[in-house]
Design a protein around this ligand. Structure first.
Ligand code: UGA
Ligand code: MN
Length: 470
């Protein structure tokens, strides 16, 4: 809409200039003096040049450009379209006023845009510092630096997210400074249920973007808190590595890795550091009485409850998800779960004899659950098949996971009561798609001891230190 309006205004101003030129031309005829005709031709020449410049600038502004073309684009705006940029400034300003969720970024046309340091503000909750943010070109694919930065903001609590997003600016040093407006929008994957994120229509926003594509000050989507229980075993580092690199594709995420142990393991910390996903590494041992039992153990429960405790202390908004270290996750489920309003559910593949555990949707409504083992559960779902909004969790201060093998999910979801079935968001294409799988890694025997005499002064001595032995 906005783009259409702008386009029309270009058209009308163009024809305005044309008619002015042709008007004076037709009114003069042969009586015109030499001076007058020179004047007229000059006018036409200048007018034509202006039109070309306007059209050129408009054309350039419609060209989508790859991130690698940033430098080129800047050069263009600083040299060839110096005047055009002035011509366009009022238009840009108009656009700035018209949009509601914009971040106004002042871009110097002669200096390189640099990352700005914005103080994450209320990071008072233990997290150390302000965060460095970069202005990323691709709104939906923030740079590693920005995702790391968002992590420190996450760690400091959601308040930090807000402030950080609001203070992202790029400084301008030399004229002519063009005020440019960029709009970062994200399609709400559960738009059917969620409220529209802005008062402008998508076409308006798209059009606005086309008119003035430039640096995009990436605003953060709602944070994700991923609670991953883990425990010491030969496969541990492999599982964490695989999951970690999946999570690396997800922006604004804090990975809470919680080990069923009395102390942290430097090998785990080293693995997490190497992956580079923002994380907190904590321990929460299973109580002795459960460890000793010959029956089924409540696996990962103390870990997850520790995670909930952390979130109650540090998180104010966003979404929590329990991601076991051995499962398989399509990254699109993370983008969908950000916008859950209370609880969201979706199918999980490779669960029981049914091959999948899923909510049953009939006539667009949640109508029971499909799972090979119902076991009298109100919510017969797998741990990988639901996520919970943090604000909603905070309204349920006693919600936690019971130490009850087989009933961990059910017990936790029940503890979130009151929760109506129609308050449950149905993700993964309203549960028609499978985006998570309950994969199970083959158990490996503990590595045998290395013969240190035989292999002294070899690489094996180093590798041996990387093996997780029970
Ligand atoms: C299934 C579910 O997917 C789990 O979410 C649920 O906790 C479990 O059943 C159960 O009901 O006990 P499953 O694949 O059978 O999971 O169990 P694991 O993958 O072995 O363990 C689940 C999580 O707990 C994993 O992240 C694992 O690293 C962790 N865990 C396991 C511990 O922290 N301590 C343990 O002693 C065992
Ligand atoms: Mn598992």
């Amino acid at each position: 809409m906005k783009g259409g309006g702008a386009y029309i205004s270009i058209g009308s101003s163009t024809s305005g200039i044309n008619s002015m030129g042709s008007g004076s031309g037709s009114g003069s005829g042969s009586k015109m003096t030499l001076g007058k005709s020179v004047k007229m031709y000059l006018t036409i020449f200048i007018a034509t040049t202006c039109i070309y410049m306007v059209l050129y600038q408009y054309h350039m502004s419609r060209e989508p450009f790859a991130p690698s073309e940033v430098g080129k684009h800047q050069e263009k705006s600083s040299s060839s379209s110096y005047i055009a940029s002035y011509l366009w400034s009022p238009m840009s300003l108009l656009m700035a006023n018209a949009t509601t969720t914009t971040t106004t970024t002042t871009v110097s046309s002669t200096t390189t845009t640099t990352a700005t340091v914005s103080n994450a503000g209320q990071v008072g909750q233990g997290s150390s510092s302000g965060s460095i943010r970069t202005v990323s070109l691709a709104a939906t694919r923030p740079t590693q630096a920005s995702s790391l930065a968002s992590a420190s903001a996450s760690a400091g609590g959601a308040a930090a997210h807000k402030t950080a997003a609001a203070t992202t600016t790029t400084t301008s040093t030399t004229p002519p400074a063009t005020v440019t407006t960029t709009t970062t929008t994200r399609a709400n994957p559960i738009a059917k249920k969620g409220p529209a994120s802005t008062s402008m229509s998508q076409s308006q926003l798209d059009a606005a973007h086309k008119i003035r594509p430039t640096f995009v000050a990436a605003s953060e989507p709602p944070p994700l808190y991923i609670i991953t229980p883990t425990y010491r075993r030969p496969e541990q580092l492999a599982e964490l590595t695989r999951l970690g690199y999946t999570l690396k594709h997800v922006a604004n995420l804090l990975w809470l890795v919680i080990e069923d142990a009395n102390k942290t393991n430097p090998l785990v910390a080293h693995t997490l550091d190497r992956i580079g996903v923002p994380y907190e590494y904590m321990v929460a041992p299973m109580p002795e009485k459960y460890k000793q039992t010959k029956k089924a153990k409540p696996r990962g429960v103390s870990n997850r409850n520790r995670g909930l405790e952390y979130l109650r202390q540090h998180a104010t908004e966003g979404v929590l998800y329990f991601a076991d270290d051995d499962n398989t996750y399509d990254i699109s489920i993370f983008e969908q779960m950000r916008y859950i309003s209370k609880v969201g559910m979706w199918p999980v593949g490779l669960v029981t004899k049914t091959g999948v555990s899923s909510p049953i949707i009939r006539n667009g409504k949640l109508d029971g659950y499909y799972d090979g083992w119902i076991g009298g559960r109100k919510y017969p779902v797998d741990m990988a098949g639901f996520a919970v909004n943090i604000k909603f969790l905070r309204q349920r201060p006693h919600a936690q996971m019971p130490f009850k093998p087989g009933y961990e999910e059910d017990g936790f979801l029940r503890s979130l009561a009151p929760l109506d079935n129609d308050e449950i968001d149905l993700l993964a294409d309203e549960c028609r798609d499978i985006l998570t799988w309950h994969t199970q890694t083959k158990k490996n025997p503990p590595a045998q001891a290395l013969n240190k005499t035989r292999y002294s002064n070899t690489n094996l001595v180093h590798i041996d230190k990387l093996l997780v032995r029970p």
